[in-house]
Design a protein around this ligand. Sequence first.
Ligand code: ADP
Ligand code: ADP
Length: 225
Amino acid sequence: ADQLLNAAGLRKSYGPTPALDGADFTVGPGEVVAVMGPSGSGKSTLLHCLAGIIRPDSGAVHYRGRELSAMSDAERSALRRSEFGFIFQFGQLVPELTCTENVALPLRLTGMGRREAEKRAAGWLERLEVDDVRHHRPGQVSGGQGQRVAVARALVTGPRVIFADEPTGALDSLNGERVMQLLTDAARDTGAAVVLVTHEARVAAYSDREIVVRDGRVRDMAGAL
Ligand code: ADP
Ligand code: ADP
């Protein structure tokens, strides 16, 4: 099959009870997948394994046919920087930088010059309907505006996969839905896949496919129907 990310048999323990207990999971190009399940079921651990942030105790994650654990730390970092985008619940913007500088940062880290990086950042802020706060610092914008800036920052490098861990968790439902709409529209336009961790059904409703994690195991809801 046409696979971008493929995880097989992931196990990960932090203590006596496994956080992941033989999890399998695939994401196709451009697919928006919601990862659901109760608190403590292993959703974040799965996301972090898929993104190469933590190494599973056993099992493997392949990204475009390459196993993450077989890469050097430098290769994994380069991959995260150039091919992945990340959105978290909060606290992800650098407080000392303006919104434009925050969005430009991932491009600056790839060596792009300031002028070009900030021009592209400005385009994404406009796209996410937050160009009015481009000179503000994160502490001066609302939660919904901050998450739109975070979405812009995740998309600015043109990643193939966006990892979003409860991206609307700190927002009211109206702002949450607006952020999901903007995120999924932008992902579809750029062809990026999205792996979205959420416990809210109305957030998962923006996905193409839902999976449920329970006690460290993955159930594909398509198979359950
Ligand atoms: P979810 O995202 O579904 O809430 P997590 O993946 O965060 O679940 O956590 C799964 C289990 O692993 C939980 O029991 C949690 O307490 C435990 N856990 C997660 N991260 C750590 C950690 N860094 N150290 C110890 N235990 C952890
Ligand atoms: P360890 O076995 O103690 O994790 P390694 O030397 O194998 O030590 O890994 C060095 C660092 O790279 C560790 O911090 C580890 O978390 C990270 N790492 C290794 N493999 C992966 C992976 N597949 N995904 C994410 N991080 C990884």
